[in-house]
Design a protein around this ligand. Structure first.
Ligand SMILES: [Zn+2]
Length: 493
């Protein structure tokens, strides 16, 4: 960001809750079925049809709220959000307004700025305030592609109409595009962690919007904000925010004024486009949904849901620090994803060296995964294999440096560390007898250096170490060499 400026970002995420049926009717939520196959009078908005709340939505909504540190309200109200759009058959969307399902969350995430190549610099904890998480139904979809006469007709697919969503809104707490990026990824993984949502952006079951404004550093008031929509990947969102930051600063510095509007990100053109300005902004005229009673969530219900949930990232992070003596940052990174936390915990237990196992996973393994664009579940190195590698290095069978090469090959081939060490003849020689023989040969071959060393030129110690390592073709265990060599050179004086 340009010096002297600050960006202010707030985010909205729409996550599809992972139910089998829709929020107010029994129609399937399956993705990819024939258009309009999964519809009924309720989700088609036919007159007289009445909504009935799906209990599973309350359960998954509760899971999501708890995973994000929100308070679930004892009573919340569904409201009609009125607007006209062809994919919204009722003419209103059932959402929540002034009494949402849950509120007042505080979430701790890990975030890092990135260098030119997109590599994270230093990971740091950050607190994000989540204003609310409310429940609502999704709209259908207009289809303008791959159908006959699309130049004259719009097609409407209402399979998605009535799919349950959790809308998650933050305070304007983000001060960089990467913080926003790390937050959305954190939420995505947290929702997957507790089984509340598949949270797959490619399938469209997690979508985000960003409110962006800039102001001079130190200014108290917010600048005029724009709303970025249609951000169908976290990377696009990050780019769109960067684009807007630069556009706003240039505009203001050249004497212009930012206009409040809704923008779409066009990834092909690498720029934002105006969708509508504030003048056309909607007045939704919310009012309580008369066909649904207030939603009451009891303490007992929350307890029941909590009991059925896996250990949450925050408590697992604390446990990793306590049980495995990890630093805050390491524990936070390893609990950013449930599969990764499971992987680590298994490797830590088998290797008997949790801290070293943590280092190998978060530096070497995660780098290989990122380069190959694979998830931890797709790693060809199993936790058992990784633990075996850690043990071999611990025991001095190979050096740490060799270990890095071995890991790269394990990752590429799926072979075990033992097999690779055998094949490459890498095993370190730690056997004292064998190293002593090499030392004896080296000393006999270097009488001059020996005399100088013994006359007080101690810097020659390095020369002897080098000779021994060379004679062993680099395989001698350096610690053993140091110890035996020192004893040998200093004897009989
Ligand atoms: Zn239906």
């Amino acid at each position: 960001m340009k010096k002297g400026w600050e960006v202010v970002i707030g985010l909205e995420i729409h996550a599809q809750l992972g139910t089998e049926s829709k929020i107010f009717c029994g129609c399937s939520t399956r993705f990819g079925d024939e258009p309009n196959a999964n519809t009924c009078p309720v989700c088609l908005g036919l007159p007289g049809a009445l909504p009935v709340l799906n209990k599973r939505v309350i359960e998954l909504g509760t899971r999501a709220a708890l995973a994000l540190g929100l308070r679930v309200n004892e009573s919340s109200i569904f409201a009609r959000k009125n607007y006209f759009y062809p994919d919204l058959p009722k003419g209103y969307q059932i959402s929540q307004y002034d009494k949402p399902f849950s509120e007042a969350g505080e979430l701790e995430i890990m975030t890092a700025e990135r260098d030119e190549a997109g590599r994270p610099r230093e990971w740091q904890p950050m607190k994000v305030r989540i204003t609310r998480l409310h429940l609502e139904e999704d709209a259908g979809k207009n289809v303008h592609e791959s159908l006959p006469d699309v130049d004259r007709y719009s097609y409407i697919d209402l399979n998605r109409a009535g799919t349950p969503l959790a809308e998650i809104v933050t305070e304007p707490d983000f001060r960089s595009s990467w913080q926003a990026y790390d937050y959305v990824n954190h939420v995505r993984r947290a929702l997957q962690w507790v089984g509340a949502s598949e949270a797959d952006m490619e399938k469209g079951n997690l979508r985000c919007e960003a409110n962006v404004s800039v102001r001079r550093e130190g200014a108290k008031d917010f600048g005029t904000k724009v709303e970025l929509k249609n951000l169908n990947s976290v990377r696009f969102m990050q780019r769109a925010i960067e684009y807007e930051i630069e556009r706003h600063i240039n505009l203001i510095e050249s004497g212009g004024r930012v206009v409040q509007e809704t923008l779409l990100w066009d990834d092909r053109a690498n720029e934002t486009r105006s969708m509508r300005s504030k003048e056309e902004a909607h007045d939704y005229r919310y009012f309580p949904e008369p066909d649904l009673p207030p939603l009451v969530v009891t303490e007992d219900f929350i307890k029941h849901v909590r009991a059925g949930m896996p250990e949450l990232p925050g408590s697992r992070r604390a446990r990793f620090m306590d049980e495995y003596k990890l630093s805050y940052n390491d524990a936070a990174q390893l609990t950013s994803d449930r599969a990764l936390a499971d992987y680590y915990e298994q490797a830590a237990k088998i290797s008997g060296n949790p801290r070293v196992a943590a280092n190998w996973i978060k530096t070497e393994l995660l780098r290989e995964l990122e380069t190959a664009n694979l998830s931890i579940n797709e790693s060809r190195i199993t936790p058992e294999d990784l633990a075996a590698l850690v043990k071999l290095i611990d025991e001095g069978a190979i050096s740490g440096k060799q270990g890095k090469d071995v890991l790269v090959e394990m990752f590429a081939s799926g072979k075990s560390a033992h097999a690779i060490i055998e094949e490459r003849g890498l095993a370190q020689v730690s056997d004292a007898g064998e190293i002593e023989r090499i030392i004896a040969d080296v000393i006999v071959a270097s009488p001059q250096q020996l005399a100088q060393y013994r006359a007080g030129k101690e810097t020659l110690f390095g020369f002897f170490v080098g000779q021994v390592m060379k004679a062993s073709k680099g395989k001698a265990n350096p610690n053993v060499v140091n110890e035996l060599l020192r004893a040998k050179l200093n004897e009989n004086q």
